[in-house]
Design a protein around this ligand. Structure first.
Ligand code: NDP
Length: 248
């Protein structure tokens, strides 16, 4: 994959762009020349991102949207179709942890919310954006997974199940599209210094973890037209594609 990437003229959508990994990946994509469509609920975080992107000479469109609003996801696809007629890069990054708890103690509404945001909204995004990604000459779909999909550690049940579902969806989609330019891959970013990680591991010193900007720089090359792999997992720690995670 190229060390410096030219994404000028490319349209890139990033969910969960208001903070954490999505924020820095949106910045990287814009710095490489892409027009970034930044999706999240927190308007303040999106505006901060917009300021940073503009200050660096880039371009963004802000979309304040709660991804539980499935009709809103459909409308977003319609709006992108109207304005650009295609989408080059989709980063389905937004996600929630839910709760770290024995499976039998998880409240129904927490389990359902994890599935709604981590799985159903990703499927809905795929459904809404697949025709636009196919319209690109080099569509790239990047779906954020986690090592939890495979390690399935004790007490991480809902989150682990949701990420395993994302990987299965991505692989099915990759099989459906393997004979076209679209490439579909998942990413395991590894433990990263974000709000979600702090929620999962409150006793951990965040300074021992990579900053999300560092992780985002490693993920950026997946947006390149030169990527040939599809249906794989990109392991950020290993800095290469793998087929499945081996539990640690
Ligand atoms: P953060 O908690 O820092 O950020 C999550 C992002 O998702 C925010 O921008 C948030 O925006 C958005 N989001 C959450 N709920 C919704 C919603 N209902 N509608 C729209 N946007 C929403 O998480 P990370 O940056 O740590 O995680 C990013 C991805 O990486 C996730 O998929 C996570 O599972 C994965 N990951 C992270 C790891 C880590 O160690 N950090 C390790 C492995 C995987 P807002 O609240 O403004 O809506």
């Amino acid at each position: 994959m190229p060390s410096s990437l030219d994404l000028s003229g490319r349209i890139a959508l990033v969910t969960g762009a208001s903070r954490g990994i999505g924020y820095f990946l949106a910045k990287e994509l814009a710095a490489a020349g892409a027009h970034v469509i930044a999706v999240a609920r927190t308007v303040g975080g999106l505006e901060e991102l917009d300021d940073e992107i503009k200050a660096a000479g880039g371009e963004a469109t802000l979309v304040p949207l709660d991804l539980t609003d499935m009709a809103g996801i459909d409308r977003l696809g319609g709006a992108i179709h109207e304005r650009w007629g295609k989408l080059d890069i989709m980063v389905a990054n937004a996600g929630i942890l839910g709760v770290i708890s024995p499976i039998g103690h998880v409240e129904a509404k927490v389990f359902e919310k994890v599935m709604e945001i981590n799985v159903t909204s990703v499927w809905r995004l795929i459904r809404s954006l697949d025709p636009l990604l196919r319209a690109s000459d080099a569509g790239r779909a990047i779906l954020m997974s986690s090592g939890a999909a495979h390690s399935a550690r004790a007490f991480w049940g809902p989150y682990a199940a949701s990420k395993a579902a994302v990987e299965a969806l991505a692989r099915s989609w990759a099989h459906e599209t393997e004979n076209m330019p679209l490439r579909v891959n998942t990413v395991n970013p590894g433990a990263t210094r974000t709000a979600m990680r702090a929620q999962a591991m409150p006793g951990e010193d965040p300074q021992t973890l990579p900053h999300p900007s560092e992780v985002a720089r490693k993920i950026l090359p997946l947006a390149s037209a030169e990527v040939t792999e599809t249906g794989l997992i990109f392991d950020v720690r290993k800095d290469r594609f793998i087929r499945y995670h081996m539990p640690e």
